[in-house]
Ligand binder design. Structure first.
Ligand code: SF4
Length: 443
């Protein structure tokens, strides 16, 4: 194996938790080869962009930063530039034609990185490896950025082909991991003193379906909660609404170790639009799932994703979305104006909604959701909540932040000691749309 002892590396991650985990794997591989992490491209000999293809915005940001890297690379001829992730998988021809890119690495090829680096170090030939025949299970533990919260992929890829989504084309077919490997990873994190794990997958609660396991997502949660000692919260994201069955709802609602927050992507509040999106549920089925969760636990935190201005969406259909949002009252929503992704079915749909109209709808939806979020957050004022402390806020060194079990951000005055990774009790004294303010009771 090539030895990178004098090398410094920098990884920039775009997009979702799956990418964050993959970046941790890439970092681990590079460190195992001797390289050391640095915090900017300028200081690095190896620069990795782990890209996202889901939204145009992330794509534009990546190309901008890659363009700026050219000048640095001109001054540092030996620098190795690696482009990995979903955009590398999707647009490998375009990316590999960019002069200062040395390696294009597909989403299934991370484990091949040592061999590729060896090849490139001796030949200085551009390498494009986007073979898509199967996800190779990680053979190194990831270099975890957090010492108390850890992502664990339990499945890769997606079989659902929603018409707006590029993910099945960039991450391949659904592949569930063996439960033995997952539990082994959990036990190691528990031994290391981690406080929270987050099971991730594109349709995380469909775990096992592809391999016809008799053991399903509910069984995995049950077994995990039985083996953990230090880990207090098990989170998961993102579930697919209709993969929730009664057993899963019961297990999630009743196990104290499963954090009481569900991210449940609605996407649209109109059945016609849902059909054109190829979502496999109706608004009524979606509301039924929400009802079942809330009947078991009325304080459960619910967040969602919504797209407005999908091709062909009429004003009335958009108003249906407003109505459903108003009825369900999510705690939080990630809201987007539809943006075409080349290669998806929806990008070929006619009747596109004019861009200005998409934005107008988006602002109306945001206005409604912000009002709901603010009202829901206000219900917390005066309560005492348990929070897992994440550390100092980005904006203010005198303020710290953490998250409740229901995934609310709580900001509080800087504590005397570094208590990041600890559970504390906070009394909520103020609420906002962005989250809560609290007073530390257990400093
Ligand atoms: S379920 Fe739909 S939106 Fe989610 S990753 Fe799969 S195709 Fe994309």
């Amino acid at each position: 194996m090539v030895y990178l002892r004098d090398y410094k590396y920098f990884v920039k991650t775009y997009g979702c938790q799956a990418n964050e985990y993959d970046s941790e794997l890439i970092a681990s591989i590079l460190e195992k080869m001797g390289a050391q992490a640095v915090s900017s491209e300028q200081d690095a000999d190896i620069v990795v962009f782990n890209t996202c293809a889901v939204r145009k915005n992330a794509e534009n940001k990546f190309y901008g930063r890659l363009g700026a890297l050219k000048k640095i690379k001109n001054e540092k001829k030996d620098m190795i530039v690696i482009v990995a992730g979903c955009l590398a998988q999707k647009d490998y021809l375009k990316i590999s034609s960019i002069d200062h890119v040395d390696i294009v690495l597909g989403t299934h090829r991370i484990s091949a990185l040592p061999q590729i680096l060896q090849e490139i170090k001796y030949s200085r030939r551009k390498v494009v490896d986007v073979d898509f025949t199967g996800r190779i299970e990680p053979d190194v533990p990831p270099r975890r950025l957090s010492k108390f919260s850890a992502y664990i992929p339990i499945m890769f890829g997606c079989d659902y082909y929603c018409t707006f989504c590029i993910v099945p084309f960039t991450r391949g077919k659904m592949q569930s991991r063996n439960k033995e490997d997952i539990i082994k990873e959990v036990l190691e994190l528990d031994r290391q003193g981690y406080k929270e794990i987050i099971y991730i997958g594109q349709t995380v609660n469909a775990y096992g379906i592809d391999r016809k396991f008799e053991y399903d997502f509910a069984d995995l949660l049950l077994e995990t909660s039985n083996v953990i000692k230090n880990i207090k919260w098990i989170r998961f994201t993102s579930p697919y609404p209709t993969n929730f069955n009664d057993k899963q709802i019961e297990v999630i609602s009743s196990l104290p170790q499963v954090a009481k927050h569900i991210h449940l992507p609605l996407q649209s509040g109109n059945n016609e639009v849902l059909k054109r999106m190829a979502r496999r549920y109706t608004v009524e089925q979606f509301c039924d799932i929400v009802y079942k969760f809330r009947t078991k636990n009325k304080y459960i935190g619910l967040s969602t994703d919504i797209i407005v201005g999908f091709p062909g969406e009429t004003e009335e259909q958009f108003e249906d979305t407003l109505e459903v949002v108003d009825k369900i009252r999510f705690d939080q929503a990630f809201m987007f104006a539809y943006s075409e992704r080349e290669g998806t079915k929806a990008s070929k749909y006619e009747n596109s909604v004019p861009y200005r109209e998409r934005l107008k709808r988006l602002y109306r939806l945001i206005e409604l959701q912000n009002k709901i979020t603010e009202e829901k957050n206000r219900e917390y004022v005066g309560k005492v909540v348990d929070v897992l402390v994440e550390g100092q806020t980005d904006k203010n060194p005198n303020k710290w932040e953490g998250r409740t079990e229901t995934n609310k951000i709580v900001v509080f005055e800087k504590p005397k000691d570094d208590i990041s990774g600890s559970f504390v009790k906070l009394r909520i004294v103020a609420s906002h749309t962005w989250g809560l303010e609290g007073e530390l009771l257990t400093d």
